[in-house]
Design a protein around this ligand. Structure first.
Ligand code: NAI
Length: 481
């Protein structure tokens, strides 16, 4: 079809939900149906408490739901009706088999593709929205072409495949979708391929300037998504490696980042030192790139990108060790307050969150942990801290971990506060609030800022012994003054 009238999105997750809700908002003339095999998720999308927390998302869904936006578990009906289908299902790292620990698990993508092939009764544009390894579109095409049938009128139905990776960042998804830096559309270099790319471009052009739509070949588009995430994560690992040097020398990583960022070629974004990055994408996509390079016989390339992940692991480990060594080399039976459990602020998503790694480390050291996060549910935290398949682990977690209802509650009687997420609530806490927290803590009271968000000078005035990533050594006296 030259003009898209009906869209189906397979996968109602962090990407499919917000992305297609925004399409529905901006294109009132297009019917958008978001489907998922998970009935609990769909029920939540149809309720007042959406399954994904994103600033601004509630308003978007409220405006379009029931108008031209629908959430359903009837995958087949939505496939049949649509002329354009987004495949926005999860592509996690494989946990077993060939490529275990590195390669992307593509079975959800394949299952969706096969579903489309078996139920479609008219020609469709299939859009790969999930992040996938290079050349996945080719596999999808083979599956679709070998299964394509005839429409009721006897004509053979055809499928055009596009790659349209999503660049939104969780926490700012709605803002990113409203004003994307670019919309990338990859297609085959054929007349039909180009026509399909133009049809998708037209959907975006309802609110995105045409100059921001960049059309490429399929493989470039697929690889660009992996490349973009690898380059972003590389900046974080780079600044975190420098943070380690700063701590050993007394340099201040914020000053170093600022000084470097003033160079227009480097730029000042994404140079914030921290305990390490989290989120469902960076690690998974880089491991995917590592696996891809290795499969192509490019060992040096693969080693190069793998180091970005290793540096991130090292950052988390180094931070955890700093906590233990600063607390006189033992945290056994000590109370530790963990502020923030989401992988970043303004999301309830905890996938690969640094807090999970730190809490597991503290648990092994047999500390008691009190966790406070403004958005993450108790259930989710307990799930994240329980090792799958370990009998009685849930019970052990419950004995060691308490979910607090506020910053103050988490810090009550604690020996150390660990800031794991850069929530504004922690960043903007007043001196009075910190004084009240300090008062309720054991002395000496330690604070470890894993996100570089608190005013270290003010907190030292309050009485805290402060460690901030990349800001000088901890134990040297003047720093404690
Ligand atoms: P998610 O896990 O939140 O959502 C995926 C959904 O797909 C789940 O609800 C699952 O039940 C559903 N699903 C799986 N197989 C299905 C099938 N056969 N039929 C119908 N529904 C099915 O994942 P998320 O975070 O939305 O990610 C989706 C893709 O987008 C991934 O490839 C990810 O790498 C990519 N991506 C994610 C970003 C993020 O910020 N989370 C950003 C950019 C890309």
């Amino acid at each position: 079809p030259t003009h898209v009238k009906s869209i189906c999105c397979i996968g109602a997750g962090y990407v499919g939900g917000p992305t297609c809700s925004v399409i529905a908002l901006k294109c009132p003339h297009i019917k958008v149906t978001i489907v998922d095999i998970n009935p609990v998720r769909i029920a939540a999308w149809n309720s007042d408490v959406l399954p994904v927390y994103e600033p601004g998302l509630d308003e978007v869904v409220r405006e379009c739901r029931g108008r031209n936006l629908f959430f359903s578990t009837d995958v087949d009906a939505a496939i049949k009706e649509a002329d354009l289908i987004f495949v926005s299902v999860n592509t996690p790292t494989k946990t077993s088999g060939v490529g275990k620990g590195f390669a992307a698990d593509l079975h959800y993508v394949e299952a969706s593709t096969r579903r489309i092939a078996s139920v479609a009764t008219s020609s469709k544009i299939i859009v790969e929205k999930s992040t996938v390894p290079c050349r996945t579109a080719a596999s999808m095409r083979t599956i679709l072409e070998s299964n394509s049938t005839f429409a009721a009128d006897g004509t053979q139905i055809s499928f055009q495949i596009l790659s349209n990776p999503e660049f939104l960042a969780e926490g700012t998804a709605i803002r990113d979708l409203f004003a994307p830096d670019r919309v990338l559309i990859g297609s085959l270099d054929t007349q039909q391929g180009k026509a399909a790319a133009n049809a998708l471009s037209e959907v975006y052009e309802n609110w995105v300037d045409r100059s921001k739509v960049y059309q490429t070949g399929l493989w470039s588009s697929e690889l660009s998504k992996l490349a973009a995430n690898a380059l972003l994560a590389q900046r974080i690992s780079s600044i975190n490696s420098l943070a380690a040097i700063c701590e050993a020398t007394g340099a201040n990583v914020d000053e170093v980042a600022h000084a470097c960022g003033l160079d227009g070629r480097i730029g000042n974004k994404f140079l914030k030192a921290s305990v390490g990055f989290g989120g469902s994408c960076f690690q998974k996509d880089i491991l995917n790139l590592v696996y891809l390079s290795e499969s192509l016989g490019l060992k040096e390339v693969s080693d190069y990108w793998h180091q970005v992940i290793k540096m991130n692991e090292y950052s988390k480990e180094r931070f955890a060790r700093k906590v233990v060594s600063t607390l006189f080399n033992t945290i056994t039976f000590k109370k530790i307050a963990v502020l923030g459990f989401a992988f970043k602020k303004d999301t309830g998503d905890t996938r690969e969150a640094a807090a999970i790694t730190l809490c597991k480390y503290f648990r092994q050291e047999r500390a008691f942990i009190a966790i406070y996060d403004p958005k993450v549910t108790t259930n989710q935290i307990m799930l994240d801290l329980t090792e799958p398949g370990v009998v009685d682990d849930a019970e052990a977690v419950r004995k060691q971990v308490r979910i607090a209802t506020s910053m103050q509650d988490a810090c009550d009687d604690a020996e150390a506060v660990i800031i794991c997420t850069e929530w504004d609530e922690f960043k903007n806490a007043s001196k009075q609030e910190w004084e009240a927290i300090y008062k309720a803590m054991k002395k000496p009271s330690f604070l470890f800022d894993g996100r570089g968000i608190v005013d270290t000078k003010m907190l030292r005035e309050v009485g805290f012994k402060v460690h901030a990533v990349g800001k000088g050594p901890v134990i040297v006296d003047p720093v404690w003054a």
